[in-house]
Design a protein around this ligand. Structure first.
Ligand SMILES: [Zn+2]
Length: 173
């Protein structure tokens, strides 16, 4: 979770919503080499938000309740948060987070830049995951390609949340 993302999603930012940039905001980014590249980047970027929308749709259709989007946890703001059960849910784009199943190819130009960027993305995912788990959270990560089977995704999430609920009830009794 980068501080810039926090700033954009902060409580006070509702009046200053900036349009999502077409390319990552990192100033070290190479400029897209052509219109075609730019369109590809745009499509990929648009997809990321699309994944969150898709996942939310899967949750709603599957009757999964009790989550908040981007709610605050001890470790930033996951995409979806079941606060009471302490379940953090992330949806990862297969390209940006380097899905081990899809293994999408690196962009052809600026390879060193991209592989460093992807390494950072993965390192950050891992760090967030570990920090949440250490604090007693269950971390669920959904890959973009898994959203093709939204029923399955919803039921896996529902099972996890339910398991947490049961454990919490047992501890109370
Ligand atoms: Zn994938």
């Amino acid at each position: 979770m980068r501080p810039t993302e926090h700033a954009e999603q902060g409580l006070n930012s509702s009046h200053s919503v900036r349009p999502r940039p077409l390319v990552p905001t990192d100033p070290r980014n190479p400029a897209p080499s052509s219109q075609a590249t730019r369109r590809v980047m745009q499509a990929i970027h648009g997809k990321r938000t699309g994944l969150e929308v898709k996942l939310e749709l899967a949750l709603r259709t599957g009757g999964v309740k009790g989550y908040a989007r981007n709610a605050m946890t001890p470790v930033g703001r996951p995409d979806f948060v079941f606060g009471r059960e302490r379940v953090a849910l992330f949806v990862h784009g297969c390209f940006w987070h380097r899905c081990p199943v899809c293994r999408l190819p690196l962009p052809k130009s600026h390879r060193a830049f991209w592989s460093a960027k992807f390494r950072r993305n993965r390192a950050r995912d891992k760090e967030v995951r570990n920090r949440l788990r250490v604090r007693g959270w269950t971390v669920l990560e959904v890959w973009g390609h898994e959203l093709g089977d939204s029923d399955r995704v919803a039921s896996v999430i529902a099972r996890s949340v339910l398991a947490r609920r049961k454990r919490q009830a047992q501890r109370r009794s």
